[in-house]
Ligand binder design. Structure first.
Ligand SMILES: [Zn+2]
Length: 426
């Protein structure tokens, strides 16, 4: 039976560290029991078993709760490396009856299924996590764990915390309640992603970009995808496990990728460059819309039902006035989620495009590495001949500069148009 760490692809070192930490955390819980044991023994001198059991558990190497347990962690790594997968698996191991993340006990099951009462997962839907949300979370995190083990708070995309929310979190991390554990996920520990003060109070678990072979292996084993498709998708996704799975399974995702990789040969002039920019932006918008529409509609229907929309009785008008405010709030949240989904979709397209120019560069340099995109390798080879290494590198840099500009809040259309012109001119 695979345990909770089985889905962490190609992260042997991180998994080993997390296993050790989970064992140490379990020992802290046992030590907590041992602390109370002498009182138990004193109250009932006839029962000597308690202290013997406690002593046996504490050895070897007496557990020091101050060093054996860490209350705040940061999981870092490139997108798709499995930051949130790692955080959730570690949370399961903390809640595991055996302290190992066995994958079979109720603690493991409910944590992995997202229903454990003492594990809260914050997934920011907008571009940032607000201070109100964070304060409420910190407050709840301080309560005693109902399952008797740990209160675990997982914050995905912790780099999207607002400054005020970061400060609220910092206060909790500085003086953590004894049974509370914060698990933060962020691309890196760069001060742009995580404030230096939060960073200084967390233990960092770096995840690496998993090798394509490891990604292909998990697609075959867990998702039952044919080995040749899995290998192609793993290479094309450049180490992003979720993206590899989508490419292997979803024909629409493959079509969008093909359209992106057709960009280099469409760049025949200034007009074509602007057309290509529009096409890329619109494709990202369409992809984002497809991913959020369903959730939006369901949310709105749920809220309307909760508010009793359509009621005609006395007081219905007053209720609807309050409801209008709540609907507005929901629309605001949905709009910011859509913006984020668009950025994410555009970024994926840019990563694909960067892969193409990287292929051209490695071919121009005759570097003995496998191409990212096997299906456009011939086109990249033609580019390598025409542009030489320097020209390929300039184009790769133009794509990376576009990503950086969008990250720095330059309007996507402006950044993409500038990139397309640079790609055309070389
Ligand atoms: Zn378990």
């Amino acid at each position: 039976m695979p345990d909770v760490f089985a889905d962490l692809v190609g992260q042997d070192e991180a998994v080993a560290e997390l296993r050790r930490a989970a064992a140490a955390a379990a020992a802290v819980l046992r030590a907590g029991v041992a602390d109370r044991a002498p009182a138990l023994v004193a109250a009932d001198p006839a029962s000597g078993d308690e202290s013997a059991l406690a002593a046996g558990d504490a050895a070897p190497g007496a557990v020091d709760p101050s060093t054996g347990m860490t209350h705040a962690w940061i999981f870092t790594g490139p997108p798709g490396s499995g930051r949130s997968v790692a955080a959730r698996a570690f949370a399961a191991a903390l809640q595991c009856r055996h302290g190992t993340g066995c994958g079979e006990c109720p603690g493991c099951h409910t944590t992995m299924g997202g229903t454990h009462a003492d594990v809260r997962m914050v997934v920011p839907e907008g571009l940032s996590i607000g201070v109100g949300e964070m304060r409420a979370l910190v407050l709840r995190a301080a309560s005693t764990p109902s399952g008797g083990r740990w209160q675990v708070v997982i914050i995905e995309d912790a780099d999207r915390l607002t400054e005020a929310a970061g400060n609220a979190l910092l206060k909790a991390i500085e003086e953590p309640p004894p049974r509370t554990v914060f698990l933060l996920c962020a691309p890196s520990t760069h001060p742009d992603d995580i404030s230096v003060t939060i960073r200084s109070r967390c233990r960092v678990v770096p995840l690496r970009q998993p090798p394509a072979a490891a990604v292909a292996e998990v697609l075959v084993r867990r998702d039952g995808i044919a080995p040749d498709v899995a290998q192609w998708a793993a290479a094309a996704a450049q180490g992003h496990v979720g993206r590899a799975r989508r490419l292997a399974r979803d024909p629409e995702a493959r079509k969008r990728r093909e359209a992106v990789l057709a960009v280099p040969r469409r760049l025949t002039g200034v007009g074509a460059a602007f057309d290509a920019a529009s096409a890329l932006i619109e494709a990202a918008e369409a992809e984002a819309a497809a991913s959020v529409t369903e959730a939006d509609t369901a949310e709105r229907a749920a809220l309307e039902t909760a508010l009793g929309a359509g009621g005609t009785g006395r007081g219905a008008a007053g209720a609807m006035r309050g409801a209008a405010g709540q609907l507005k709030e929901l629309e605001k949240r949905q709009k910011s989620r859509a913006t984020r989904a668009q950025r994410d979709a555009l970024d994926r397209a840019l990563v694909d495009l960067a892969g193409f120019y990287r292929d051209a560069l490695t071919m121009a340099l005759r570097a003995p590495v496998a191409p990212v995109h096997t299906d456009t390798a011939a086109l990249a080879g033609a580019g390598a001949q025409k542009w030489d290494a320097e020209g390929a590198l300039r184009r790769l840099e133009a794509v990376l500069a576009c990503r950086a500009a969008i990250e720095a809040n330059v309007k996507p259309r402006i950044a993409v148009e500038a990139m397309m012109l640079a790609l055309w001119k070389g």
